[in-house]
Ligand binder design. Sequence first.
Ligand code: BMA
Length: 806
Amino acid sequence: MQPKSGEWAVPATVPGDNVSALLSTGKIPDPYWADNELQVQWIGREDWVYSRAFEVGPAFLEERAIFLNIENLDTVAAISLNGHLVLRTENMYRRYRVDVREFLVPGTNAIRIEFSSSERIALEKTKQVPYPIPTTKSPVESPHRNMIRKVPCHAGWDWGICLMVSGIYGDISLGATSSCRIDYVTTTQKHSAGSVEVTVEVYVESFTEGGVELQVSLGGERVFLPVQLHLGANHLEATVTLANPRLWWPAGYGEQPLYDLTVRVAGEEMRKRIGLRTVQLVTEEDAHGLSFLFQVNGVPIFCKGANWIPADALPQRQTREVVEDLLRSALAANMNIIRVWGGGQYEPDWFYDFCDEHGLLVWQDFMFACSLYPSTPDFLENVRQEVRHQIKRLRDHACIALWCGNNENHGAMTWYEASRNNRDRYIVDYDRLFEGVIGKTVDECDPTRSYWPCSPCAGRDDYSEGLLDVNRGDSHYWGVWHEEKPFSAFQEITPRFCSEFGYQSFPSMETIRAYAPEDQFNLTAPIMEYHQRSWRGNSRIIEMFSRYFRMPQSFEGFVYLSQVQQALAMKTAVEDWRRARPVCMGTLYWQLNDNWPACSWSSIDYGGKWKLLHYVTKRFYAPLLVSAFQTPEGDVQIWAGNDHLTESDATVTVEIFDFSGNRLRREALPVKLEGGSSRKIVSWPVAELAPEPTKVWMRLTLESGGASVQNEHFFSEPKKLPLQKPDIAATVEAEASGGFRVLLSCTSPAFYVSIQAEGIRGEFDDNCITLLPGEPRVLHFVPKEEGTLEAFQAALRIECLNALHA
Ligand code: BMA
């Protein structure tokens, strides 16, 4: 690989990206460290050339058709074989297949891929439109990201580094056949009592004519059909009926059986695995507005999840291991859905395979975010090809619940002066793209799923301004972070489905060490501010501390408290919206992961380490939930929720303690919990439960069918509480499994107790817990790498809220 204008070259990996190649050969410093990002911005302004030689055997060249297959090539490039230009690409989300037979020779061949600077091309494209096409600004950015079909967040985001990478991240290969090529296989299921009829459609490019056999085998059933192939594109179809189908369910609702599908035509073969299920988005007018909920196999699903962004700003590091680890963490925190957000990318097949296998529903955005977009004929045609390909590639994944047009572009029409002054102009562009092209393409290529034009919006036919009506469709609620409202603002709204809401925290100490030297360990130090891309971000975090907490004394204390604060923000929102079931039927917090080490809304650090939020998520997303809601009128309501489908007998225990750990009151309330429900169990005046609200706290326990969950409630802001200095003792033992067991005990109640094994990859089974004297807790740590007991012990770090009151 070499810069087009340069004299030097470095080895590059395919699949991989040019920035990783420069990094691994020492040409650039680590862009994630300190503010090195600024030193690598030139890379995106250069043109880059990838070249290599490859061998082709004579037998290969005897085949009738020889084609070059390219997927995920980023982005604007000219590809030549042996000096002949064979293809120009301009969309990294499309698959390109071109006939290259005449350009190959037996023996050694040369391929050259010339990548044009995406930044320059984007700028050139703005000149082809006679009015501005605005996009969101980021602190460090490449402008006009909306003009090219490249991962939008490569150009920087309000959590992300600007790295205008290029390279090849998917397949690049030569194919040869003398018969035909299967371009896509898609399936459509028709469910009826006791059976499912599956129609298999096969899209074949044929290079010969004549009769052949179409062979379809699905779950042991076989159908062989004689078919005629014509030169060029062929559309074949077969139907297979499966009796007694085993249905596919989202995580927590049942199993994920997958049926093997094999399609053969004239010696060519394609395999897939199919989950049998129906999925429906239900949006109906009702007493509260316009509903928004998913039903799988007719069962309403309360969706619990988070938003997904690309796993690394360096595409080469988005390995299967890294990505699956993140998805596994989502499942471990009781999530049943993730939203592949529109500022990122369509993920590789194995991402969706994993979600199929584990019951993680996917809300799939098309890749448009926080911008307005052009509607020139070229742009629209380019997008049509992209969307057609992505739908045909992905639609057989059982996990995919929805196609969504974009992220926030509908609302974005109010963000820019140009579009505020001329809404007609931009709404026409919007409609051409998101209905005229994408909506129509979804209807044509996947009638089995719903299309939702924008997250958030109020449906396909609603072009109204102002998308803040949480009663209609899905919503993004940013009042607490971006408008700096108190956490109680979450409880003042009842969204039908909240597909974004978030609160930031600092990453863990070990992640901070990966980008900042110790002299920067201060919230307002330049590098700490540099790795914060949200406007006033660190100030907001500190200001919010002052409302609820006492100020930490140390940097480590700030980092810890920021994670507690974030966890409490999300807990406040999710518990409230789960209580509001069935009016609210889903929560997707912003955001699951990070693409570089930074301060952000994520619940998992760059590198995979769980923040405290992720542990707390595991509790507030658990199927059983017990929670308290203190009303503005001065009552405390106790609620119990059950996401299981079956009714159960349960007990809710309410205990009042003082801050020395003395129990002052205990009530055990028997309750019947209906399947898929949430209900208020009891309501007391605060004055009765806690006559002096700063002197006591409440513990709630819900027990049902052998499961037990707990929660705690303070009657006033934590900063007012007389928290005592707890003496927390930890004894550690190695477990036969290779993990570690930690026994924690204390001398007075300790809150939001955090235990970290710094620098050791792995997770505890619980964290951010409450400890009571006389009730020691055992936690287990499952490491992702081998290590000794001594190393584990030395890495342990324990913190709790009480320390701020000492
Ligand atoms: C949203 C997202 C992102 C952004 C986040 C935080 O609305 O869609 O664009 O990162 O807010 O501001």
